[in-house]
Design a protein around this ligand. Structure first.
Ligand SMILES: C[S@@+](CC[C@H](N)C(=O)[O-])C[C@H]1O[C@@H](n2cnc3c(N)ncnc32)[C@H](O)[C@@H]1O
Length: 382
C-alpha cells in the first residue's frame, strides 16, 4: 500500500483571523478538525478527502498533507528526523523536490540552512533507496514545507500548487482586488444568506458579488482549476469523482438578488468578464454607478464591501468625503446591515458611526478592519 492509499493527516492553511470560519467549513464538509493555531487546521482523512478539501473549501489558502512531526533543536536532529521519513513512498524516482523552510520561536532559525539540510536528507534517502548517485529531478514537482514552531518540526507536502484563492475566474487585474478566499470568509462571517439581498457598492473586479453567487448556487470554488497533486503519477486518481460530486451538488436554478456597482466602467468590464468566467454572469447585476446614487426598493438587505482605502486609490481628503457620503447613503437604506473592510484606521470617524463589531483581518499582507453594522433582522425583506 502506498503512502497516499492510507489514512492521512490533512492540514488546511487559512489567513490570520479567519481560522474559525475555515474550521466551520471543514466540519460542514464532514470532517472532524482538531485545533486551529498559526493559521493551520488539521483533520484526518484519505486522499479522497485531500481532493475534496481542495475542490470544496472556499476560505482555505492551501491544503497540505502532514508527513511527520518531531522535535529538532540541532541540525543533526533535523537531518535524522527528515531522513527517517519513507520518502520513496511519497516522491517518485524522477520527482523534483522543492523545500521551503519556516521558523517561529525555534532554536533553529536560519531558513537557508533548514532548507538545504532538509533537501539533502530527502535526496540522500531517495538516492539510497533507488541506488542512484544523483536524482534526475526531471519529473513532477513535490513541494515540501519544513516548518519549525517552538522547536517542533512539521514536515508537510503541498497538494494545492497555486493558492486556493486562485479559482480561475479572475483573469484580469483590478485596481485593488480582494482575495477570493478572504471575500468568501467575510460573506460567511456576515448575516447574509442566499435568500437575502446583497449589494457591493464598490465592487471593483466583482469579487464579493461573484463569491456570493458561487455560495448561493453551491458552485465549488475549485471546480475549474487544477492542483499540483494532479501532476503526480503515484496517487489515486480521484479528481473526476470529486468533480462529479461537486456538479451534483450545484443549485443553478436558485434565484439570487446580488448586485455590484462601481464608478469606474473599466472595473465593471472586468467584473462582467470574471462573472462570465465563473459561470454566474446571468445571476448577478453589475453596473457602473457612483455609490452616492445607491438606493434599493428593499427595506432590508446586506452591504458587503471593500471601499477605496487611500493607500493606492484616493487622497485622504477625498476618502474622508467618500466615507461621509457613504454614511448618508447607508442611512437612506432603512434597516440594512453593512460589512465594510478597509485598512483606513479612521473609517468609523469619517463614517460617523461606531461599528457594532470590529474584526482584524489581513487582505494579503495588508492589515484591515472589518466594520460590522448589524442593522435589524430581515422582517420585511421578502
Ligand atoms: C478597493 S477597490 C474594490 C476592490 C474589489 N473588492 C475587488 O475585489 O476587485 C474600491 C473600488 O471602489 C471604486 N470607487 C471609488 N469611488 C467610488 C464611488 N464614488 N462610487 C462607486 N465606486 C467607487 C473604485 O473604482 C474601486 O474599484
Amino acid at each position: 500500500m502506498s503512502f497516499f492509499d492510507g489514512k492521512l493527516l490533512i492540514e488546511s492553511a487559512s489567513a490570520s483571523g479567519i481560522e474559525a470560519v475555515t474550521k466551520r467549513e471543514i466540519i460542514k464538509l464532514g470532517y472532524n478538525p482538531s485545533g486551529a493555531e498559526y493559521g493551520r487546521i488539521t483533520y484526518e482523512g484519505t486522499f479522497l478527502d485531500v481532493v475534496r478539501s481542495n475542490v470544496f473549501l472556499r476560505t482555505s489558502n492551501r491544503i497540505r498533507i502532514v508527513i511527520s512531526t518531531f522535535t529538532a533543536t540541532t541540525f543533526d536532529e533535523l537531518y535524522d528526523g527528515i531522513y527517517s521519513i519513507p520518502w520513496q513512498e511519497i516522491i517518485t524516482k524522477d520527482g523534483s523536490v522543492v523545500v521551503d523552510a519556516k521558523s517561529i520561536k525555534s532554536t533553529l532559525f536560519a531558513l537557508s540552512s533548514i532548507q538545504s539540510i532538509s533537501k539533502k536528507a530527502i535526496v540522500k534517502k531517495l538516492c539510497s533507496f533507488y541506488s542512484l548517485d544523483t536524482l534526475t529531478e526531471s519529473g513532477s514537482i513535490y513541494n515540501i514545507e519544513v516548518s519549525l514552531i517552538n522547536d517542533v518540526c512539521r514536515v508537510t507536502l503541498d497538494t494545492s500548487g497555486e493558492g486556493l484563492h486562485k479559482r480561475g475566474y479572475r483573469t484580469l487585474v483590478g485596481h485593488a482586488p480582494m482575495r477570493e478566499t478572504m471575500a468568501a470568509a467575510i460573506i460567511e462571517l456576515s448575516v447574509w444568506n442566499p435568500d437575502r439581498v446583497l449589494i457591493d457598492p464598490f465592487c471593483g473586479s466583482g469579487t464579493f458579488p461573484i463569491e456570493a453567487a458561487l455560495i448561493a448556487l453551491n458552485i465549488a470554488p475549485g471546480l475549474h482549476r487544477s492542483f499540483s497533486f494532479e501532476n503526480w503519477s503515484n496517487i489515486p486518481q480521484l479528481r473526476d469523482k470529486v468533480n462529479e460530486e461537486a456538479k451534483d451538488l450545484e443549485t443553478l436554478d436558485k434565484e439570487v438578488r446580488i448586485s455590484g456597482f462601481d464608478i469606474d466602467p473599466s472595473q465593471i468590464k472586468l467584473a462582467l468578464k470574471h462573472a462570465e468566467n465563473a459561470g454566474v454572469k446571468d445571476k448577478i447585476h453589475l453596473q457602473v454607478q457612483d455609490m452616492r446614487k445607491l438606493s434599493s426598493r428593499f427595506s432590508h438587505g446586506v452591504i458587503i464591501t471593500n471601499p477605496p482605502y487611500g493607500e493606492r486609490l484616493l487622497k485622504e481628503a477625498e476618502l474622508k468625503e467618500l466615507y461621509k457620503d457613504f454614511r448618508k447613503v447607508y442611512d437612506s437604506l432603512d434597516e440594512w446591515c453593512a460589512y465594510v473592510i478597509t485598512s483606513y484606521k479612521g473609517f468609523e470617524k469619517c463614517f460617523g458611526k461606531k461599528a457594532d463589531k470590529t474584526r482584524k483581518l489581513y487582505n494579503s499582507e495588508l492589515e484591515c478592519n472589518l466594520y460590522q453594522y448589524l442593522g435589524k433582522p430581515p422582517r420585511k425583506e421578502e
